[in-house]
Design a protein around this ligand. Structure first.
Ligand SMILES: NC(=O)c1ccc[n+]([C@@H]2O[C@H](COP(=O)([O-])OP(=O)(O)OC[C@H]3O[C@@H](n4cnc5c(N)ncnc54)[C@H](O)[C@@H]3O)[C@@H](O)[C@H]2O)c1
Length: 383
């Protein structure tokens, strides 16, 4: 039986708590910490946990705890994660892994040195349409990938950025590219690998209470010659999120759709129903995921701890996602094309460097301690 602690009792912590509660024979939540007085106890009451509430997570470092979920704002992810890894605990940290590559490197070094599991939340991978799309791409049924289109379309109202930690480079670490598109960028890298270079623009078109961007458009080039485009946004009504992969033989996507063309003698397209049926029948035979979203990732981490196997989304994966995001910020802020990898000497490697060099759009003028505890939405189910 693994003892679990939840650090940060805000909006996303319920997804972690409900996830652990699915596995009562494997783990038990013994503590909830939140620096805001009363929030940890309110969460314990809400989920009827037999756990203690504390305000300072440091009190838990010496306690009999095996796994910690870090559900605090981005600027706290690295110090809290490193503290718990060094105290010999396994850590699941919410996205984004951190807001700089320097912090990611410190987190990965702490996991390695202490031989502990570090997993970064990317719950979309544990959704049936994503898992199946990944398998189809791995099998190379669509031929060589030549283009990917990533629409990370979200919508958030102006007051979204009034929350105390949102909307600043210092605390949120970035805008929609870091905090929303992180999900789709993780999926893109998982499915298509790392690009070699990026050129990007970003803007703030609707949230004049935020230093950070509310839209960015990035163009990626891959070593294979393939191109990809990522639009990250919190100004898109309807939140029509999708990833579309164009292969030399067919097109597939999440939400799932397959289309295949072949050439007529004069080069114009003709539908290829045989290939479409082949890919569709393969898709239909792939299994559904057993546990969806956060529950799936928590199951994956518990299994890794119980059996000594690896996790699906580790610290290297979280770092790769952040590297691409930092590349987008650097390109959009400097106007230059950015080639990967980003070296430790690069001004955008550190938090301080990003804060100094990234475009600051507006001053954050309003700051509220907390919103009313309402359910949050977490993006598309890709159905
Ligand atoms: N995976 C997802 O789909 C998803 C969705 C929403 C948020 N998130 C991520 O989860 C994290 C938290 O977001 P949220 O929406 O729950 O924010 P929130 O503000 O609702 O909750 C964060 C909580 O952390 C507490 N906190 C801050 N610093 C602390 C510290 N040092 N020690 C203990 N508690 C501390 C705050 O008091 C607050 O209650 C962010 O990184 C965010 O990007 C992920």
């Amino acid at each position: 039986m693994l003892n679990v602690a939840i650090i940060g009792a805000g909006a996303i912590s319920s997804a972690h708590i409900e996830g652990y509660l699915q596995f009562p024979k494997r783990c038990k939540i013994v503590a909830v910490a939140d620096s805001f007085e009363g929030k940890a106890q309110a969460k314990i009451d809400k989920h009827q946990l037999d756990a203690k509430a504390i305000t300072s997570y440091q009190e838990l470092l010496q306690e009999d705890i095996d796994v910690v979920s870090v559900c605090t704002p981005p600027y706290t992810h690295a110090p809290i994660t490193v503290d718990f890894l060094q105290a010999g605990k396994h850590v699941i940290v919410e996205k984004p892994m951190a807001s700089s590559l320097q912090e990611c490197d410190a987190m990965n070094a702490a996991a390695l040195a202490n031989n502990k599991v570090l997993s970064v939340i990317a719950q979309n991978r544990f959704k049936t349409p994503m898992m199946k799309l990944h398998s189809i791409l791995q099998e190379e049924l669509i031929g060589k990938i030549v283009h990917a289109q990533v629409d990370s379309f979200w919508w958030r109202g102006h007051c979204y950025y009034d929350l105390w930690w949102r909307g600043t480079w210092e605390k949120e670490g970035g805008g929609c590219t870091l905090n929303h598109a992180v999900h789709h960028i993780d999926a893109l890298l998982w499915m298509m690998g790392k690009p070699s270079e990026v050129q990007a623009f970003m803007g703030n078109v609707s949230h004049d209470n935020a230093e950070v961007e509310d839209i960015s458009i990035a163009m990626l080039r891959y070593p294979s010659g393939a191109l990809a485009g990522i639009t990250s946004s919190v100004v898109h009504h309807g939140e029509e999120q999708q990833l579309i992969f164009q292969g030399s033989k067919a097109r597939v996507s999440a939400p799932w759709r397959v289309t295949a063309s072949h050439s007529q003698p004069h080069g114009f397209p003709e539908n290829n129903p045989e290939l479409e049926e082949l890919i569709q029948s393969r898709y239909d035979t792939l299994p559904d995921v057993t546990y969806e979203s956060h529950v799936g990732q928590i199951d994956n981490v518990l299994t890794a701890i119980e059996t000594g196997t690896g996790v699906l989304i580790d610290g290297d994966s979280g770092r790769s996602t952040l590297e691409l995001i930092v590349g987008i910020y650097k390109s959009a802020s400097t106007g230059e094309k950015v080639t990967f990898p980003i070296s430790p000497e690069d001004p955008f490697y550190t938090r301080e460097g990003i804060q100094q060099h990234a475009i600051h759009f507006y001053e954050k003028k309003v700051s509220v301690d907390q919103f009313q505890d309402r359910p949050i939405t977490m993006g598309s189910e890709f159905k």
